[in-house]
Design a protein around this ligand. Sequence first.
Ligand code: ATR
Length: 284
Amino acid sequence: MTDPFDFQAQTARFAVIGNPVAHSRSPQIHQMFAQQFGIALEYGRIQVDAGGFEQAVSHFTARGGAGLNVTLPFKLEARQLCGRPGNTVSARAQNAGAVNTLRFEGGAVFGDNTDGAGLVRDIEHNLGMQIAGKRVLLLGAGGAARGVLQPLSQCAPKNITVANRTAQKARALAKDFGGGIRGCGLGEVKGEVFDLVIHGSSAGLQGEAPDIDANCLRGAFAYDMLYAPAGETTAFIQWALASGAARAGDGLGMLVEQAAESFYLWHRRRPDTAPVLGALRSES
Ligand code: ATR
């Protein structure tokens, strides 16, 4: 029983779980959001080895944890956890096939995926490009690309092409979503024109850009779902601008916006993301 004379309010506990998480900016982002509302919370980092995800989650909930952000490589395992009897998952996480946000309530787990909403909000609200009516090229057909496909298609673009190194994977992904999404190999978009080119492959992790015809970038808005340290640009953005892209944006805004969606899921309040994004950008 709670001691009625204990005036020390219980601080809600949150964390990001993944591997690696040492450089995750989520703790800092969530603390900045919480300050906007005068909410006191703990937000930590939990690094787990392969095979240890579910045990770490039970450990966290047993110690009163209220919510987790899930990052690589555990987003699929988090989806599986949410599929167990008694647990639930949002429609958007189901479509994405991955969960990046967990909320714990009375022993049950609710899973959501805020990545796609974060991407759309960054492009439309922060960067000022309306996706409706645009020709969209999405590069990559792995988990990151799958996670944003449905929120992108809900913005009513003119069309969406998913191009991937392994063409068959892009075709299968496009077929899964239906609704006129086309899947193809990187070479098949040669000579085509796009308004918005989103890089969602993991090529950037090795400092590479996918091998597509540079003309596809000419005049386009190039968006990289990855982000670079302050003062640097990602390999994809460097290549896109050199290829004639009109504008470019990196994934730091997406990171902050997906965090804001998670924050809303836990606290039912929408933080102002602009000052938080500004603070992260100005850090060296
Ligand atoms: P994630 O969850 O980050 O999307 P993933 O599911 O392993 O990771 O998918 C990685 C994606 O990046 C795939 O689309 C992969 O292409 P393949 O399907 O052909 O493997 C793509 N990718 C990785 N390295 C790449 C490179 N050097 N050039 C182009 N695409 C690359």
